[in-house]
Every structure is written in C-alpha cells, then in structure tokens.
Design a protein around this ligand. Structure first.
Ligand SMILES: O=C(O)CCC(=O)N[C@@H](C(=O)O)c1ccccc1
Length: 372
C-alpha cells in the first residue's frame, strides 16, 4: 500500500460525568483521529486511527497538540516515502523518531485498518482472537465523598460490569475501598489504580489495602519506575500491576524479570501500537503473567480495536473496555454496548465500526490535512 494523504481531525466530546484521576479531572474527551488514504491494488482505501493522548501531558509526556505536530512534521512524511507500507512495518519505519508512542500508534492503526480492508479481514481474525465477546470492566474516577463512591459503584454493579476499578490517591484510598467492600461484599472483581500518586515511603500505608482482597494495585509508584515497584511487590500481598511504566515489550521484559509486575495493563497507544502490544501479550503469556486491556477513554473506534486485541487468550482479566455510554452521551461510531458484563468483539472488516460523518462534524474542533 502507498500512503497518499493523512488528515488529523481534532475532536472534543462531552463526558456524561467528570472523570477524575490522581492527576487530572476531565469533563470532555479531547483527542484526534487519523484519516489516512492509501493507494492499493484494489484502488483507494481509507483507514482510521485514534490517538489516546490527552489534551495535556499529565498521564505521559504526550498531548494532543504535540501528537498533531510530530505527525505533520515527522511521522507522516516518513510513511509517505514508503513504497509498500504494511501494518507490521510501521514501527520500523518510524523507529528513528524517539518517543511519541501514542502518535505512532494512531498512525499505525490507520495502516492496520486499510490493510484489513484490502484483505477483507476483521482485526480479531488478523490478531488470532479466540472469543466473540470479552468481559467488560469499568473505571471509576475519584469521587467527592465515600458515600458518592459507594453510590456510583453500586450503579455500575447494578448495570452488570464484570469488574470495578477505582482510582485512588493519598487521602482517598483506604476509606472508599473499605466502604465499597462493606457495602457490596467480597464476591466481585475489585482493583485500584493510583496513577503514580504514591512513593515507596507509603509502603506501610499501601499494605493496608491487602485486607480487601483486591485483584491488583495498579501503578502506585512513579510513572517511569520499575525497581521500586519490585521492592513494593515484595511487601504487599495484593498483586502488583504496571501501566505507565510499560512503554514497550523491552520494559515489560525488565518489569517481569525484576518481579515488579505480576499483571500488566496493556494499552496499544502507550507502547507505540497494536503490533507492539501483541508482542507484550505474547511475552507475558510466556512468563505466566496475566494481562488485561487498559483504556484511555477512547471513542468507539479505539474501543472496537481494543476489544479485538482483548480477544487474545492471554487477556485473562477483565479490561477497561466499558460501554460507550459509560463516558459519552453519543459515540462518533456505532455504540459499544456492554451487556451481561461483556462487550462483543467486532467481526466486521477492519475495526468493524465506522466513523459517523455527521457526528465527526459535530464534535470536530479542527482538522489538518497532510500531503506528501
Ligand atoms: O475505561 C476507560 O477507557 C478509562 C480507563 C482509565 O481509567 N484510564 C486511565 C488510566 O489511568 O488507565 C486514564 C484515562 C485517561 C487518560 C489517562 C489515563
């Protein structure tokens, strides 16, 4: 395939309720979509991708404006020069640009989808997915009070979510977790995500979480740390899970070998794309390390692609692939629907969903066209 043009559509979609983590509080989903047109043996084909970078560099160093800039000035020009572009080689062609995994992943997604359309193939089949639906977990932001936390989680349990993930930070951790366990018992999957809000000095405090039978504790320490997480893992019974630190298969190998993680949160955007994410899945499986699919408040496009990846056999824990309605009043693709604690794995060609032009128009705030 030969890349002919790339258009980046910046969108802002209102959230149904504010989403608060230890490092930010969001009321809109701001991201950009990649619309890439390719010349192929079957004529012109368009592939779509989604960048999971936030509007500000608070989860990682990436952010929307930087992703648009690095794509316009560096990444797209590199791909325009490739005569026969394939999904499996995008990362190689972009390897000299340091960093920017989310921007690279968004472009790779568009190449993947065009290749799937060229080969009349679903993403699930391309990856070797084995199931038609995947368990659907939900991520719960930091609430204003313990009572509100119990109420919100009760609502999601009512809806039938397979697993609850609660954001925590110093001062909003033990009490809400204890109250949720007291209110709903021990028979549901419950985990916490600190987004790097603690330090090793907090080890004794974090060990108090061990009494609540949590599935895991996610990234309690620094976003780039591996060694200290290995130290903390020795002190806690709750399984250690890494998110932000796992920026590549290499980092995953280091974390596994150092005993820093017994569960890995896989996010294609964080590691540079779905091809690298599958390598991490395969590496973890070889080491008996469980993986689950993380979420970055993606639109239905990203959620559909994530569900396909999560259909691989190593994804043994429910991921953050909630229904579209968990975050959005309306999605820019067909709605991803959670039912009976699961979401369907799309079976259509490509990612199995399409961008609704009218909704793209409604939520679009800017577009930039990039030509060779
Ligand atoms: O369900 C979802 O899509 C969101 C899951 C979630 O909590 N994501 C968190 C995270 O730290 O993993 C996040 C969201 C947005 C930006 C950065 C991080």
């Amino acid at each position: 395939m030969k890349l002919k043009s790339v258009t980046l559509h910046q969108v802002s979609i209102p959230l149904v309720t504010p989403f608060e983590t230890s490092f930010m509080r969001e009321t809109e989903k701001d991201c950009y979509l990649v619309e890439a047109v390719f010349d192929t043996p079957k004529g012109e084909i368009t592939g779509w991708g989604e960048s999971v970078a936030m509007i500000s560099p608070l989860y990682s160093s990436e952010y929307v404006a930087a992703g648009i800039d690095v794509t316009r000035r560096w990444l797209a020009p590199l791909l325009f020069d490739v005569e026969n572009l394939t999904a499996e080689t995008v990362g190689w062609h972009l390897r000299h640009v340091i960093g920017h995994p989310m921007a690279k992943s968004a472009l790779e997604m568009a190449v993947i989808e065009a290749q799937l359309k060229l080969n009349d193939q679903s993403f699930k089949d391309y990856l070797g997915g084995m199931v038609d639906s995947v368990p659907s977990g939900v991520s719960v932001g930091i609430q204003d009070s313990v009572e509100e936390t119990v109420k919100v989680i009760g609502g999601y349990l009512e809806e039938g979510y397979a697993r609850i993930k609660l954001k925590i930070k110093p001062g909003k951790d033990i009490a809400p977790v204890a109250a949720v366990r007291k209110a709903f018992g021990d028979d549901f999957g419950f985990q916490v995500d600190a987004n790097a809000a603690y330090t090793l000095v907090d080890a004794a405090h974090l060990r108090r979480l061990d009494e609540f039978g949590l599935l895991l504790i996610e990234q309690p320490l620094g976003e780039a740390d591996i060694r200290q997480h290995a130290e903390l893992a020795k002190l806690m019974d709750t399984p250690m899970c890494l998110d932000e630190s796992i920026v590549s298969a290499e980092a995953a190998a280091d974390a596994i070998m150092l005993g820093a993680t017994s569960v890995i949160n896989i996010k294609p955007g964080r590691v540079g794309g779905f091809i690298e994410a599958k390598k991490i899945h395969d590496l973890a499986a070889a080491h008996g390390v469980a993986v689950w699919h993380g979420g970055m408040v993606e639109t239905g496009l990203g959620r559909a692609a994530n569900a396909a990846l999560a259909s691989l056999p190593g994804f043994t824990l429910p991921g953050d692939i909630s229904g579209s309605n968990r975050f959005f009043h309306e999605d820019i693709t067909e709605e991803i629907v959670m039912y009976d604690g699961k979401v369907d794995v799309p079976t259509g060609v490509g990612f199995g969903v399409s961008i609704d032009p009218a909704k793209l128009e409604r939520f679009r705030t800017d577009s930039v066209e990039i030509l060779p």
